[in-house]
Every structure is written in structure tokens, then in C-alpha cells.
Design a protein around this ligand. Sequence first.
Ligand code: APR
Length: 232
Amino acid sequence: MRSLQVVILTGAGISAESGLGTFRDEGGLWTRYPLEEVATPQGWARDPARVLEFYDARRAQAAAAAPNAAHRALARLEAEFPGDVLIVTQNVDSLHEAAGARNVVHMHGRLDGALCAICDHRWPAPETMDPADPCPACGAPATRPDVVWFGEMPYRMDEILEALARADLFVSIGTSGEVYPAAGFVEEAATQGARTLELNLEASRGSRVFDEARQGPASELVPAWVDEMLAR
Ligand code: APR
């Protein structure tokens, strides 16, 4: 691949074949849990134990999951072209890293991280998280999961927007295109002149905006696409 700047956005669909649930598919997480209770600052303030129960279950599941062929293919592409490929994930699992990817932007945070609600210090999440745990940096009893809840600003947006402005190619993998700002990245990239490609199990809300949209399971579409890129 001659040096192309590639930004890849991934969503829950890339981890579905690793056994992790998506959010809006049939039987998805938001069809089983009230997101207002487990994924908002208000839910945390009302009942942190309920929120931690939700996250502890997902964290255990994510820790037991293995990356699939799609994660591995992206890690291979990144390794072949260091500095030219940026993986931006909405996922809070660490399967991209488990597959060997080294420069992953977790715009919605990570299940294996803890955050101080007072000083924004981050550290590896303890086995069991207690809101009263003192922050290792400032000592405040204000420990929370290092994940972005609805109504909160996603992480590292400046870096993401800069990468989209430089991108020659924007690829969206396994996301429904329902949640902003991630859902707007395709327009952002296209406006700046990037080609855009969607790889998803089925047509998403934004499919028709992409220059090209391929439907199928990520474990098949992504390795095939990476092979095409490596053969350029
Ligand atoms: N291969 C490829 N795509 C798949 C697969 C698969 N095996 N299985 C499901 N998909 C697709 C679905 O068709 C759907 O379009 O993945 C997408 C999953 O969509 P969502 O469940 O909405 O997940 P996502 O887009 O990642 O949600 C975005 O919403 O709730 C918030 O913070 C949460 O990061 C999440 C954000």
C-alpha cells in the first residue's frame, strides 16, 4: 500500500464474533438493560452498585474473549504501515490490543480502566471496583469505570478530527452509525476528500453516505479488505 493515511472506526460488530454482545441488534445490550440506569452519569449518581454490576459482567466477558480474524487483520495492516493507520474504536473491550494493534484510540474508554471522578487520574481497574476506593493520585473516594457515558464527551476528539482531516481513506467496521460524534466521522472524512468504505453485517443508517458499503461478517470482510490493501 503506497503511503495512504487510513482511519478505521470500529464498533461492537467487530467484536460480535468474539462472543461480545452488540447494543442494538436483536438481543443486544440495550434491549436487555435500561441504558439510562447503567450508562449515564445520572444512573451512576443514583445507583453506582447497579452500574458496576453491569460493567463487572461485561468486563469479565471481555477479559475471557479472544480477538477474531477481523481484529488480527487490522493489527497486521497497522504493523505493515506504522504511522499510516489509526484505529479509532467505540468499543470498551481491548481486543484490538489483544490482537497486537499498538495505537488504538478508545473514544468511549475501556472496561479495564478506572478513572477518578475528581482529578481525572486513570489507572488499571482493580479486580472489583468500589466507588469509595481512594484515587491513587488525589486520594478522593471517587473511583468510577473509565468509560464514556451518554451525555459525556468522547475522549481524544481533537486527535480523531485531525486524523480525519488528513485521511485518504476512512473505513467504518461493525457500527450501526446511530451514535454521534462517531456516526458523523464519515461525512467529516468525505468533506476533507477521503474515500469512504463501510464493512458491516448489514446496511447501517449511514450506508448510503459511503463511497462503497460491503455487507457480511467482519471476520470475512476485514481480512479480505486488508489483503486488498496489502496487495496495492
Ligand atoms: N460483523 C460485522 N458487523 C456486525 C456483526 C458482525 N459479525 N454483528 C453485528 N454487526 C453490526 C450490526 O449490523 C450493527 O450495525 O454491528 C453493528 C452494531 O451496532 P450497535 O449495536 O449499535 O453498536 P455500535 O455501533 O458499536 O454502538 C455505538 O453506542 O451504546 C453506545 O457506547 C456505545 O460504543 C457504543 C455506541
